[in-house]
Design a protein around this ligand. Structure first.
Ligand SMILES: NC(=O)C1=CN([C@@H]2O[C@H](COP(=O)(O)OP(=O)(O)OC[C@H]3O[C@@H](n4cnc5c(N)ncnc54)[C@H](O)[C@@H]3O)[C@@H](O)[C@H]2O)C=CC1
Length: 447
């Protein structure tokens, strides 16, 4: 790269205390100079500013790791086609961005900082424009999808199923973004809660966030027959390349969505791994998918399901968090681990797995492209192992019948695009996919 990364980082520190102002100035300048661009954005811009900062932070921190940054930019570019972003928009964005940074850099900002950002932005724009052209060729910018099922399983949890109008190729564990007709241009990311199906249907688990635009619209203003829009599939929390004989899947609340898709996919893997699925909920009635999970367990043949209820006494015992359930039931130290849920749940789970002797390099936790502080292992130091850390085999579960060995199953037909590689060994902790109206930087129109 032909720009000075050290200068970029230094300049980022200069605006550190004024990042909100940078974002506000950026959009102000962009819209003032290019009024037509305003209609690509949602009516309320406050969340948008956070997204810009999230993306910029991700980019600035990512300059050291060019390969993953370029992957991120490519994904961003392909995703941004759904907003109507085209090559001709990029120069205006770059000019507004550099102006906003310079305006907030204070006395220490120099021409060298401006030049470094201009060069960096040219590189970013070049990568994104090319990615949109190459990877977007022949691929819809978005998919219309008709609602075929709308089930409020609890007052706050919706299971929604849609049928895209055109084939929607994706991998189990990936997520997409949804837009409702009620709030045009307001997109929210949701994980797809099923492995690819022959009938092309996609399910989503939506936690209704009080005051959340999209989750509320989906839960209370959406009916069977309505048409939503879907962005392209994203995310690398997939199991397609896994060779592990044993999986430990840990889900918190609606974080079950991608985990369920992954579990479904394991039944199609040629080596048909054993799977232990722990689903943490706060109250018993929030085990909103238990019937489906038990049916899946029967179909799968090598799947054990444990529901941990954290805030309410269970029928036969005391409340239990997911980490406590793991400790009680045990975890195979050679299992490949997939975690999805709130960051707090994920951190608590990783810490518990530390004490059980499960190496962190086996733990996979999708970061959704967002760099957050807890992504640094140094910020989540390894926990001390307990005296007897390794539990090699899972004890039989009293609440589930013993699981017969299944004959090998055939592999699912390959998708029409290459499976994304796993994230680098190790774990990363971040908010991942907010299940409703929390934010993800991938949702940002324009870089
Ligand atoms: N809906 C979707 O498509 C997806 C949602 N997610 C994420 O999953 C999470 C789901 O949240 P909710 O459904 O509201 O679940 P929740 O917050 O009600 O929690 C579910 C379980 O996690 C446990 N938990 C929560 N915080 C914990 C902590 N600090 N330590 C230990 N255990 C903890 C709870 O005790 C409970 O057992 C959200 O963060 C969401 O962003 C992630 C991927 C996809």
């Amino acid at each position: 790269m032909s720009f000075d990364i050290a200068l970029i980082k230094e300049s980022w520190r200069l605006v550190e205390d004024r990042q909100g102002k940078v974002a506000a100035d950026f959009y102000g300048l962009l819209f003032a100079r290019n009024p037509a661009v305003r209609e690509m954005f949602p009516p309320a811009m406050d969340a948008q500013r956070d997204r810009l900062l999230g993306a910029l932070t991700r980019i600035v921190l990512g300059f050291d790791e060019t390969t993953s940054l370029i992957d991120y930019l490519r994904r961003l570019a392909v995703d941004h086609r759904k907003y109507g972003v085209a090559a001709e928009h990029y120069p205006a964005v770059g000019r507004a961005l550099v102006s906003a940074l310079r305006a907030n850099g204070g006395d220490a900002w120099t021409q060298a900082h401006t030049d470094a950002w201009t060069a960096a932005y040219d590189m970013i724009a070049d990568v994104m424009v090319r990615a949109a052209e190459e990877q977007g060729a022949g691929v819809p910018a978005w998919w219309n999808a008709t609602v075929v099922s709308h089930e409020l399983r609890t007052p706050d949890i919706l299971v929604l199923t849609v049928e895209p109008g055109e084939p929607y190729p994706y991998h189990a564990g990936q997520y997409t973004s949804l837009e409702t007709p009620r709030w045009p241009r307001v997109w929210r990311p949701y994980s797809i809660a099923n492995a690819p199906r022959a009938d092309n249907l996609l399910s989503f688990h939506v936690r209704v966030v009080p005051g959340g635009w999209v989750s509320t619209a989906l839960a209370h203003h959406t009916r069977v027959g309505d048409v939503l829009r879907l962005g392209p599939p994203q995310g690398t929390l997939t199991v397609a390349n896994s060779r592990a004989e044993r999986l430990l899947c840990v889900a918190g609340g609606t974080g079950l969505a991608p985990i369920k898709a992954i579990v479904e996919e394991t039944a199609r893997l040629p080596h048909h791994p054993r799977v232990d699925l722990f689903h943490g909920v706060r109250r018993r009635f929030e085990a909103y998918d238990l019937d489906d999970l038990l049916a899946l367990s029967e179909r799968h043949g090598r799947l054990r399901v444990v529901t941990a209820i954290s805030d309410e006494a269970r029928e036969f015992g005391v409340p239990e968090t997911v980490p406590e359930a793991l400790a009680r039931h045990g975890a195979a130290s050679d299992a490949e681990v997939y975690i999805c849920g709130s960051p707090g749940m994920a951190v608590a789970t990783v810490r518990r797995l530390d004490t059980m002797g499960v190496p962190r390099h086996r733990v996979r936790y999708e970061a959704g492209g967002r760099a957050v502080s807890l992504a640094e292992p140094a910020l989540l130091p390894p926990s001390q192992p307990l005296a007897a850390p390794v539990i090699p085999e899972l004890p039989a579960m009293p609440e589930m019948p013993s699981i017969p060995e299944l004959p090998g199953t055939s592999s699912a037909p390959p998708g029409s695009f290459a499976p994304p590689a796993f994230s680098a060994p190790g774990y990363r902790i971040s908010p991942f996919i907010p299940d409703a109206d929390q934010l993800a930087d991938d949702d940002l129109p324009l870089p």
